[in-house]
Write a protein that binds this ligand. Structure first.
Ligand code: 9D3
Length: 462
């Protein structure tokens, strides 16, 4: 991912980020960061970039021309998402960070003085963003804040372990208190439960602490958390059929967009998937209207929803049976050489798994959710988890089939999910009896109803 910052203080941005994890990611070429000095594009011999505002008033404004030329030097003739940092912008949130992290390239425009000539803003800016309701002296610190928050979401920047872990249960709650050695400090002892070695008791205590803190410090977040828990409880009354929505919400991937009277819409921002559960046909239609503009995929739980969709807008990708694993015990893994994949195996995965977008497979590897079976150094198969949470991405080399490698791979993935406290589930394409067999052999339950995957049709350009 590429970040460009248009600013009068390029060294502030570059030096500010250089010593951090973000600076290290730049050094390792995982992201790129450059700062463009707007003053370099002044046509004035003294490098002047400001002038008085028409109509009068205090202070100076940045002129349109140097800002525009600096922008063109970066963007050329392309249209690049351009964020103007301004106190009048939309308050920056984690959700916006996730959305921007999906872009290939971003330009940040930092204002100084009292602002920038409106005409150039109209010409180049796509997003107006503020970092909060307080007054700073310029947009550089806000740009650095945004680069930091967005770059750490780029797979690989933080390292595999941390990235996925963080999007777990506690997502909607504030962090619980933490303690390190010594056991007693200034007469204060570490809470006993943390020394007990009882993992489930520790988790219970942490969740309780998180809830208490959130209720006290952020009643707004707490209200949302409770609402979501209520929905999860409701969906759990039909767990087999609703497992995809339950897990998406529980794991913190999905957000609850709409939930009323048996009509539920859960949206996964990262994969741009809308999961839809409707009571009846009008309910389904109403839900589709609520779907975010940029939705790429629909996962619907009733045939009438599928049948109501206009064919020129949505095409059926596949009909699947949903399978879930409700036991808590891990599964035996007979094939021993299974480990997490790295980008070294990217080419192998691409050439053996049919997907129209190889960047999806790269993202799956970098996020740490693809695992491979090896014969020595040679990869002979793989399996993993899709972005929205279902298990899949299974492949085993022709020459290595019929030895239980697929079963071992799936069992391995199940175990990794159980470690995280998740309920493993997957989608088997209707008619794939071999796969259905495997799911049943592993102890998965089949849901009573099918699910339908639909893909948004490319708009016809005229
Ligand atoms: C007379 C009006 N000015 C003072 C209230 C407006 C003004 C212009 C530019 C105030 C501050 C700034 C500089 N700040 C930013 O460029 C900025 C900012 C901020 O000050 N707070 C929160 N987020 C942001 S993003 C950019």
């Amino acid at each position: 991912m590429k970040f460009h910052v248009l600013t009068l203080f390029p060294e502030m941005v570059l030096q500010g980020l250089a010593p951090s994890i973000i600076g290290r990611a730049v050094e390792k070429n995982m992201i790129s960061l450059d700062a463009v000095n707007i003053r370099d594009y002044s046509k004035d011999k003294h490098g002047k970039v400001d002038d008085y505002p028409y109509g009068g008033g205090a202070g100076m404004l940045m002129q349109a021309q140097p800002v525009y030329d600096a922008y063109r030097a970066v963007a050329g003739d392309r249209r690049v998402r351009t964020i103007y940092l301004t106190p009048q912008g939309k308050p920056f949130t984690q959700k916006m960070a996730k959305e921007f992290a999906g872009e290939e390239e971003l330009i940040f425009l930092c204002g100084h003085y009292e602002g920038i000539d409106e005409r150039v803003l109209e010409e180049i800016v796509t997003d107006y963003v503020s970092v909060g309701d307080y007054v700073l002296t310029g947009g550089e610190l806000p740009a650095m804040v945004m680069v930091d928050a967005i770059a750490r979401l780029v797979p690989g920047v933080l390292g595999n372990e941390t990235s996925a872990e963080e999007e777990s249960f506690y997502n909607d709650l504030l962090e619980y208190p933490q303690y390190s050695r010594p056991e007693v400090w200034k007469g204060k002892a570490v809470p006993k439960v943390l020394l007990s070695g009882n993992h489930s008791k520790v988790n219970e205590w942490r969740l309780e602490q998180s809830k208490l803190r959130t209720r006290k410090m952020r009643p707004d977040l707490y209200a949302r958390y409770e609402e979501k828990q209520k929905l999860i409880k409701r969906l759990a009354k039909d767990k087999r059929n609703n497992i995809h929505m339950i897990e998406s919400l529980r794991r913190g991937f999905g957000e609850m967009i709409y939930a009323e009277g048996g009509n539920v819409l859960v949206y996964d921002n990262a994969e741009k998937v809308c999961m839809i559960l409707a009571k009846n046909s009008p309910g389904g239609k109403k839900l589709i209207e609520q779907a975010p503009e940029d939705t790429d995929l629909l996962l619907v739980s009733q045939e009438f929803v599928k049948d109501d969709l206009p064919e020129h807008e949505w095409s059926l990708l596949m009909t699947c049976h949903q399978y879930l694993y409700t036991q808590r015990e891990t599964l035996p893994v007979r094939y021993k050489e299974i480990r997490r994949l790295t980008m070294e195996q990217f080419d192998y995965v691409c050439s053996h798994y049919e997907h129209d977008d190889s960047s999806y497979l790269e993202e799956r590897i970098r996020s740490g959710f693809l695992y491979g079976a090896f014969d020595g150094e040679k990869i002979v198969g793989f399996a993993g988890m899709h972005g929205e949470g279902s298990m899949g991405l299974l492949y085993v080399d022709e020459a290595y089939r019929r030895r239980g490698i697929a079963e071992s791979l799936e069992a391995y993935v199940v175990n990794r999910m159980l470690e995280r406290g998740w309920t493993p589930y997957g989608h088997v394409i209707e008619g794939n009896e071999i796969s259905e067999h495997l799911q049943e052999k592993l102890g998965f339950y089949k849901a009573g109803r099918k699910v339908w995957w639909l893909k948004k049709q490319e708009k016809q350009e005229n």
